[in-house]
Design a binder for this molecule. Structure first.
Ligand SMILES: Cc1cc2nc3c(=O)[nH]c(=O)nc-3n(C[C@H](O)[C@H](O)[C@H](O)COP(=O)(O)OP(=O)(O)OC[C@H]3O[C@@H](n4cnc5c(N)ncnc54)[C@H](O)[C@@H]3O)c2cc1C
Length: 394
């Protein structure tokens, strides 16, 4: 039987980075993945340019049942450390917005960086490898690999979450956690578009493709100010993806469709200056015309001039545009979600090493763990930081 110091299951962001760290520290590492390519999600990420970290990475940007857990790893391997690594590989990058860093050219460069780092650590990478069973005995862990078996002192689970099953996502990591007695929190799709109930969906369908800056508020008070995009299935765009991680079925979200302009003040000012101006044209100064026309068809924007608009109509319209309460029907689910919330309970893991407290030699890193970041490079940073912490301990 082949023997290694460490077997890592999952050659995604976390698994590749952890393998490189452990390999470069002299460990004999086998990195397994069920896919035919390493780092498939990285290649798809950031519209093909990989939003590889965020300048403002902070524990507050992560959701977890144990919000303190991520602090140690994020402090020990920071966004600056990863930026330094990207620079050392000569990969040009830029900040897009809100501290989000992207490759100038291609996400492939991040995968190449990780593969080169693995090479430097003499990591054995085996793709198209299905792990059928894992057993633990005095010698460590034995993996049944569909025809062959490998043994290692230490086993790292880096199999990610359930989002995008087309990219190899599987519940394998959660099953291993349960097999070894760790608690797993129920999972749900995060950073995912909302679907809408009929008739609202049909009413808004003409808006498909329209984007507006918006402020979205969840029922727990979480607020995001980013773009909202109307789609033929419902609502998407960064503001919606962000708030979706804080939303539970049945809840409402409140949307301010004109965060930069106080519409009550605008209407009052414009009425003073141009009393005969139509309400529609007034609103179209600050909102997309298609949105105004749609609201008019739905009866929310009366067909009248500013002087004809009565105060009840005005306050109803202003309330709708600044505090639009929407009850999503659901989300698009794992099919399009960028991340999976929930997962392996961090109370059973060491925040310094990612090792299971009651199962020596078993580690969990990356998205399989109950730590989920905001949109904007935070999830890759968690993958790098948790992988690094684990890699130092292997
Ligand atoms: C479309 C898309 C775009 C994204 N864009 C960004 C972005 O720009 N910035 C950002 O920070 N985050 C982004 N994310 C989130 C980010 O990709 C993940 O948080 C991150 O990849 C998690 O890393 P991971 O290594 O834990 O898991 P993954 O990268 O998902 O890797 C897990 C690996 O395990 C393998 N695997 C699973 N089950 C098994 C098994 N049973 N046996 C063997 N191998 C297995 C999978 O094939 C996969 O290669 C995006 C996600 C998606 C889906």
């Amino acid at each position: 039987m082949e023997k290694f110091d460490v077997v890592i299951i999952g050659a995604g962001a976390a698994g590749l980075f952890c393998a490189a760290q452990a390999g470069q520290r002299g460990r004999r590492v086998l990195l397994l993945d069920n896919g035919k390519k390493a780092g498939r999600k990285i290649l798809m990420s950031g519209g093909g340019r990989c939003n590889f970290t965020n300048l403002y990475t902070d524990p507050a940007a992560y959701l977890s049942h144990n919000p303190h857990f991520c602090k140690s790893a994020l402090a020990r391997y920071t966004q600056w450390d990863f930026i330094d690594l990207v620079n050392r590989h000569g990969i040009p990058w830029h900040e897009k917005a809100l501290g989000q860093l992207f490759c100038d050219d291609s996400a492939q460069q991040i995968v190449d960086l990780l593969l080169k780092e693995c090479e430097a650590g003499k990591v054995t990478l085996r793709l198209r490898s299905e792990v059928l069973a894992v057993k633990r005995d005095a010698a460590g862990y034995t993996l049944d690999l569909n025809g062959s078996a490998v043994q290692a002192e230490k086993l790292v689970i880096a199999t990610g979450g359930l989002s995008m099953p087309g990219l190899g996502a599987s519940p394998f990591g959660y099953k291993i956690a349960q097999q070894f007695g760790l608690k797993v929190f129920p999972t749900r799709a995060g950073l995912v578009p909302f679907t809408l109930h009929r008739p609202l969906l049909a009413q808004l369908q003409t808006l498909s493709g329209v984007s507006v800056p918006a402020v979205m508020t969840a029922e727990d008070g979480t607020v995001f100010k980013e773009a909202l995009l109307f789609t033929h299935r419902g609502l998407s765009g960064p503001a919606v993806l962000q708030i979706s991680s804080y939303w539970r079925p049945g809840e409402f979200v409140t949307i301010n469709l004109s965060p930069e302009c106080d519409l009550n003040a605008l209407i009052n000012e414009q009425r003073e200056a141009h009393a005969n101006q139509s309400l529609r044209n007034t609103l179209a100064k600050v909102l997309p015309r298609r949105l105004v026309e749609c609201l008019q068809l739905l009866g929310h924007v009366p067909e009248c001039t500013l002087k004809q608009l009565n105060s009840r109509q005005q306050s109803e319209l202003v309330a709708l545009l600044h505090h639009w309460r929407v009850q999503p029907n659901g989300t698009e689910g794992y099919r399009t979600a960028e991340v999976t919330l929930g997962g392996v309970d961090t109370h059973g893991l060491s925040s310094k090493t990612m090792e299971a407290q009651d199962v020596p030699g078993l580690y969990f890193i990356g998205e399989v763990v109950d730590v989920t970041g905001w949109l904007g490079g935070y999830n890759f940073q968690w993958a790098w930081s948790s992988a690094w912490a684990c890699g130092q301990a292997l």
